[in-house]
Ligand binder design. Sequence first.
Ligand SMILES: [Zn+2]
Length: 240
Amino acid sequence: MGRYGRRVILVLAALLASLSSSMCAWQAAQPADAPAQLPQQKLIALTFDDGPRRSTTTRLLDGLAERGVKATFFLIGRQIADNEDVVERMDREGHQIGIHTFDHVQLTALNQTDFDAQVGTTRALLEDLLGHNGFLLRPPFGKWDEGVKNHAGCPIILWSIDPEDWDDKDTDRVVKEVVSQARDGSIILLHDIYPESVDAALQIVDCLHAQGYYFCTIDQLFAARGRSLGQGEVYSNAYP
Ligand SMILES: [Zn+2]
């Protein structure tokens, strides 16, 4: 191959490199409400339990906003008081909101009255605050039974990737575990009440953006795959 041939290859390689890096930037900057773009990309949902907690949740919302990422938050009812503005911000910024009971209790084996004291009360609080309904349910500890399905009144959302971030609060381990398990349609479970989990979440976003993933809410994830969510049905992923 002559000098000219080598130069052509070098120019082509440089062009390809610049194209691929600009594609990553484009993916990261895409707004979440661009449904036409969703099905062509690998999709993944970040979900956060046990909040809101003003300090950590606010920093997470800032980081997600910088990256144009929408997530889903399963809130504890008793923590909404004094954090109303944080919950309103989640809603305003396009994140999806769900119920994680009022007192973080296991929902299995509860009668309708006790179930409503946990789930119905939290649903009413959120409806009052946000002026709309349609909240998903994530049962604490991922525990459900026929009673939970019958009483839920909405879809029940579990997860497919759980790095147990609450255990050692080791940011590097959590990032590695989630990134290595990530696949199209995954639902990631983290907790926005720990600073280390906020750090991990933002690093996970940056790593998976570089791999071409698009982060979306639970509703967006299932809608993009043409799957409708049913009341009282249990979901842990949206694998194609
Ligand atoms: Zn929880």
